[in-house]
Design a protein around this ligand. Structure first.
Ligand code: AMP
Ligand code: MG
Length: 313
């Protein structure tokens, strides 16, 4: 199969409406989409990515009224989050309507709903007949792609088309929050922080992260290189021929190769996945200068921990 690069959202939507699988840009990461009501098309997403069947997909919409086609009910707190953050990098887990095929939600009775802010994503989704089910556009287990080139590198020959857009602004996947339980739970940390969510709906928990969000159980975000997080006296722990991703400061008179992830959580998020995917081409070991985790950096810290398998030296 020859993978076509498409530059017109409507053309990409026509393919989706015909039951094809198409990659598209969003502000979080690139997605791999199919018509959420077309079971066969959604099945192909799992095949193409090599994604485990127990890992649910997020359903994407461009219009608020389309949420009603996916979710049975929209509780008050969900409505408040929609007002505050849609369109944007947040996914609301709601009770699923029966019309959504089970394969989309990996058999769960709930469904993740998101409205991307990226204008190309929005134009694309508006032109699709139905909401679009989409996980990230990486092959399963790899860091998510944040550019059309990196998307092509994983999916060339595997999908009919990639809708080409700009580099993803945010750079890590959406914050996922479950609103089907008595006290809302953050299932996956992201750019929108716990504090920002709590400012809108009051206290939320994070207890469910591992158990209730299936994707967080699987190996994830791993490039084709070993990733090790470093703290303390970084310079003494580096090995030759490796690369160091810097976050807080470059070690003094350091001679080895470095990639600067930028200053602060938003820049680290923006740069991390692309840096991992660039560095895997040239290095066997990637060191990342790690930092103390707090609510402002929890999303990017989570991706770093999972890329490294949790190894901190
Ligand atoms: P991806 O965007 O590729 O990282 O995949 C979507 C992720 O969203 C999944 O791995 C889950 O962690 C989460 N998710 C999607 N739908 C649900 C749901 N109904 N319940 C809990 N988590 C969900
Ligand atoms: Mg993913």
């Amino acid at each position: 199969m020859k993978t076509q690069r498409i530059h017109t959202p409507i053309k990409a939507a026509e393919l989706i409406n015909k039951g094809e699988v198409v990659a598209f840009p969003t502000e979080t990461v690139y997605g791999l989409g199919a018509d959420a009501f077309n079971e066969e098309a959604v099945r192909n997403i799992f095949k193409i990515k090599g994604r485990p069947g127990d890992n649910p997909l997020i359903v994407h919409v461009a219009r608020l009224e389309d949420i009603k086609r996916i979710a049975k009910e929209i509780p008050g707190k969900a409505m408040a989050l929609i007002d505050a953050f849609f369109p944007g990098p947040i996914t609301l887990v709601l009770k699923k309507r029966d019309e959504i095929p089970d394969i989309v939600t990996a058999g769960l009775t709930t469904v993740g709903v998101r409205m991307p802010r990226d204008p190309i994503a929005s134009a694309f989704l508006s032109a699709c007949n139905n909401p679009v089910a989409a996980p990230s556009a990486n092959l399963s287990g790899r860091p998510s792609p944040t550019t059309s080139e990196e998307t092509l590198r994983d999916l060339e020959g595997k999908v009919p088309a990639i809708l080409t857009g700009s580099r993803s602004n945010v750079g890590i996947e959406s914050t996922v929050i479950d609103l089907t339980v008595e006290s809302p739970q953050i299932l996956r940390p992201g750019h929108i922080t716990k504090e920002e969510v709590e400012a809108v709906i009051g206290p939320v928990g994070t207890a469910g992260v591992i158990n209730r969000s299936p994707g967080t159980r699987h190996t994830h975000y791993k490039p084709d290189a070993k990733v090790i997080l470093l703290k303390g006296d970084i310079k003494s722990k580096l090995t030759p021929g490796s690369v160091l991703f810097t976050t807080l400061s470059k070690p003094e008179d350091f001679e080895g190769d470095t990639i600067d992830l930028g200053k602060g959580p938003a820049e680290w998020e923006h740069n991390l996945f692309l840096a991992l995917r660039e560095a895997e081409k040239r290095y066997d070991t990637i060191y990342i200068e790690f930092f103390d985790i707090d609510e402002s950096n929890r999303g990017v810290a989570d991706r770093m921990l999972r890329a490294s398998g949790g190894e901190i030296r």
